[in-house]
Write a protein that binds this ligand. Sequence first.
Ligand SMILES: CC(C)(COP(=O)(O)OP(=O)(O)OC[C@H]1O[C@@H](n2cnc3c(N)ncnc32)[C@H](O)[C@@H]1OP(=O)(O)O)[C@@H](O)C(=O)NCCC(=O)NCCS
Length: 158
Amino acid sequence: MNSAEQTITVEIATKIDEYLRETMLAIDEEAFGPGSLNEWSLPPFLHYGRVYVARYNGTPVGIAELMRDWRDPELAYLYGAAVAKEYQGYGIGTAMLRAILEGLPRSGFRRLQLTVHPENQIAIHIYQDKFRMRKVDFMKDYYGPGEDRWLFEWTWDG
Ligand SMILES: CC(C)(COP(=O)(O)OP(=O)(O)OC[C@H]1O[C@@H](n2cnc3c(N)ncnc32)[C@H](O)[C@@H]1OP(=O)(O)O)[C@@H](O)C(=O)NCCC(=O)NCCS
């Protein structure tokens, strides 16, 4: 198939069926292993946070979750973003992030923060080079000894 025939869509997931639930959890598990969403943490994200699903020609292949900061309601936190391995490199992660960022101002957000592993070159390329996010902190041992993370921030310029 040539690229003109590929369709990437991004939607907000609220009520999900069993197939979508299992697919979302499988994508996240493949990406984050023990740190992934599971059957206990996905429902509160769906009901109290915001969950995005990216589809490639209709097939769910990406998932991302947002929280609102308790201390600063204009700040959103991207808890996680993942694309199924066999669909990586097709622009799906970029499309998902673009949809997330475009929707933030409508919901009253002016900023978004996220953490990323210092060696995650692909994610850092997307955040920094494609969406002009800034490194605002290096958080040593953020997820425990040896689990350092960069804190990135996006600011709405509207
Ligand atoms: C990060 C992730 C969501 C990106 O999704 P994706 O659909 O593969 O991303 P895209 O196809 O939109 O873009 C990938 C970009 O990385 C670039 N890239 C690929 N390999 C790269 C490398 N080794 N170093 C730097 N950039 C690289 C691609 O060229 C592309 O950029 P371009 O559009 O400027 O050419 C996906 O890799 C993933 O799920 N990773 C595991 C989970 C994760 O790390 N999540 C992010 C941290 S929360």
